[in-house]
Design a protein around this ligand. Structure first.
Ligand code: CO
Length: 211
């Protein structure tokens, strides 16, 4: 069996490169992590969290799953969020969707894919609720991309309604939740202007739209 030695070679080169540029980098990092940000993004291999925002190891706490979903029953996501907010005291949580998301596209189509259909159920429901707007767009490409944006909005709302975020705001901890979309085609992030930093801001935002 092959041992993927090329990946170990790349890893050695990567570690040497960082150590050359920042002597003592890894020994410092062993002592503690102090990230200011939690990234909740899609598992898609084309959306590498750290690289996109140019952050080093130790600077970004990351949770990724198919279609960047925030489910209130997902213990994995909730544990990451709780640790990031309560222990690491991150100041920002960003939900990062991406255009052309295969998970979002799958949720719009009628063909069964198996287990993943259960995971994508909430995106499917979001699509059905917004079908008039989404299906009104001329191409499938545009429909998928619009649903990617709506999905980010929805997931931002899901984050801010978690007990973790609600409790943090209640005790006055500074914490902002952001909604971004990444474009595979140009490597750039779009801010969806959905930032919420308090219960008051959330109330104002919820008056504008309820998804
Ligand atoms: Co995706």
């Amino acid at each position: 069996m092959k041992t993927l030695s090329h990946l170990f070679k790349k890893n050695t080169e990567w570690a040497e490169e960082i150590e050359k540029e920042h002597p003592g980098f890894f020994t410092q990092l062993v002592k503690q992590q102090n990230p200011e940000y939690l990234w909740i993004g899609c598992a898609d291999s084309r959306v590498p969290a750290n690289e996109i925002v140019g952050l080093m190891p130790g600077e970004l706490f990351v949770h990724r799953n198919v279609a960047n979903l925030v489910n209130h029953t997902d213990l994995n996501l909730l544990s990451v969020l709780q640790y990031a907010v309560d222990v690491l005291h991150v100041k920002h949580v960003m939900v990062v969707g991406h255009y052309g998301c295969g998970g979002v596209r799958a949720a719009m189509e009628d063909k069964p894919l198996g287990l993943i259909d259960n995971w994508l159920r909430q995106v499917r429901e979001l699509y059905l609720r917004n079908r008039t707007e989404v299906d009104g767009l001329p191409t499938m490409h545009e429909r998928v991309n619009r649903l990617c944006e709506l999905n980010v909005q929805r997931q931002v709302m899901n984050v801010v309604h978690t007990t973790v975020v609600q409790e943090a705001w209640r005790r006055g901890q500074p914490l902002s939740v952001h909604g971004w979309v990444y474009a595979l085609g140009d490597g750039l992030l779009r801010d969806m202007k959905l930032t919420v930093s308090s219960t008051q801001e959330l109330e104002v935002m919820e008056k504008d739209f309820y998804l």
